[in-house]
Design a protein around this ligand. Structure first.
Ligand code: GLY
Length: 435
């Protein structure tokens, strides 16, 4: 670790968690559970986070505001949840004031902020990924699409809040997506360059890797449900539910993923001169020809975090601190045998327009194995918890079997009252129905 950038090596006593979603609520709970009993604050947080720790109304993309908050509150460790502050250089700005942070600097965050950059690294280091073309002009992109055929995937290069990937089933859909991004400016500058990629078939898995540069720890496997509707129908979302472990990733397959994807990725990033200390979240398609990289993200997944973190039999603060300090190699790390499952409750209309301000009422008491994780929630003037985002809550259960975890989570979903609540009824079904 470089003492030039990170002056403090004392175990942190004052921790700031940046973000406002279910991922950050889960991280708040985990850090509060640390035996070190740190003081924890969050910015900007949500109603659930605010019920547990002090929150400050500084937006996650307000880098000067967050730096000022760190200084005012004498914070000695920052855990950055979302990708936007990472790509805007929050960790660089904190390093400049000698405050350690968990999460990559802007050069590492580019692995999520530019799909073209990632594709170039994957190709350069021979890491399995789909064939693709890179385009800034409509006509060459259309010619490539006609040559490759449908289905085909169109990806905006930059950050587009999970909406910049179109899996086009027909040439007409693909052509419309190209026009929307390159000519119609649908995603602004994020879509001024696109990747056109062969469609891969199989089950997806999310592999979250905590890394301090060359050392890494692979967190428990999980599977997300990206489409809004049951049976993987309808538009893509940020994620409508998860479960862990994903048994489709057998021990032999995980060993192959580590050998062919995780280790080469971590080494490639280091070889490119990027000092990556944070979560490398690798989206992987399990194709008939073997595992293949869909994308890198440079932060914890949401809602993957909600099922992966509760399965760690580890001091999460110590784990993230060790990664930030470059001392991951010595960390104690263990996984609980329980299964975990998270059902996301969204506001009707999401991922398009949805109402806000609907009152939510919660069942009480909750079963000991269920936690209601807040995402898009706020508190209104009367002190009631109301909807304030598209993904509103994540009902997370742990149990000795996936079936029991699903039953526990869904029983609580039924009891939560909110006029606009919608959720998928089939989270975990692929695994539960697998022979
Ligand atoms: N659940 C997918 C993501 O966090 O990007």
């Amino acid at each position: 670790m470089s003492s030039a950038t990170h002056a403090s090596t004392q175990f942190p006593k004052n921790v700031l968690i940046v973000g406002a979603g279910g991922r950050e609520h889960t991280l708040v709970k985990a850090v509060l559970a640390s035996p070190a009993r740190p003081r924890v604050i969050a910015a900007p947080g949500n109603a659930g986070i605010a019920a547990e720790v002090p929150t400050f109304p500084v937006a996650a993309d307000n880098i000067p505001g967050l730096v000022a908050l760190v200084q005012n509150e004498k914070i000695d460790f920052v855990i950055v949840g979302p990708e936007v502050p990472l790509s805007l250089g929050l960790v660089d700005a904190l390093a400049a004031i000698n405050v350690p942070a968990y999460g990559p600097k802007a050069d590492g965050a580019r692995l999520e902020a530019s799909k073209v950059f990632t594709k170039q690294i994957l190709l350069k280091y021979g890491i399995p990924t789909a064939a693709s073309g890179i385009f800034t002009e409509v006509e060459p992109a259309l010619a490539y699409i006609r040559q490759r055929g449908a289905p085909i995937v169109i990806k905006a290069d930059g950050l587009a809040a999970g909406k910049g990937v179109i899996v086009a089933q027909t040439l007409a859909e693909a052509e419309a997506a190209v026009h929307d991004m390159l000519a119609g400016n649908k995603f602004g500058s994020a879509g001024s360059q696109i990747l056109v990629e062969d469609c891969m078939f199989g089950e997806e898995t999310s592999i979250l890797v905590v890394t301090s540069g060359r050392d890494y720890i692979i967190l428990p496997t999980s599977q997300d449900h990206k489409r809004i509707g049951d049976g993987d129908t309808g538009p893509n979302t940020g994620g409508m539910g998860t479960y862990s472990p994903a048994d489709v990733v057998t021990p032999a397959l995980l060993a192959q993923i580590e050998r062919e994807i995780v280790k080469p990725s971590v080494n490639a990033i280091a070889d490119e001169g990027i000092d990556f200390r944070g979560t490398l979240f690798i989206g992987i398609m399990l194709t008939a020809d073997g595992p293949s990289v869909l994308e890198y993200n440079t932060r914890f997944g949401d809602p993957e975090t909600q099922v992966v973190i509760p399965r760690l039999d580890t001091d999460v603060l110590a784990l993230l601190w060790a990664a930030a300090q470059g001392t991951l190699a010595g960390i104690r790390f263990a996984i609980k045998p329980d299964h975990a499952l998270c059902v996301v409750i969204a506001a009707k209309g999401y991922p398009d327009a949805y109402p806000k301000g609907d009152v939510i009422t919660f069942p009480a008491p909750l079963p000991a194995n269920v936690h209601i994780i807040h995402a898009g929630t706020a508190t209104n003037a009367s002190g009631q918890v109301v909807t304030a985002g598209g993904r509103v809550l994540g009902v997370t259960a742990t149990a000795p079997t996936l079936r029991a975890a699903a039953d526990s989570a869904y029983a609580v979903c039924e009891q939560i009252q909110c006029v606009t609540k919608v959720y998928r009824r089939d989270i975990g079904a692929k695994q539960l129905n697998r022979k």
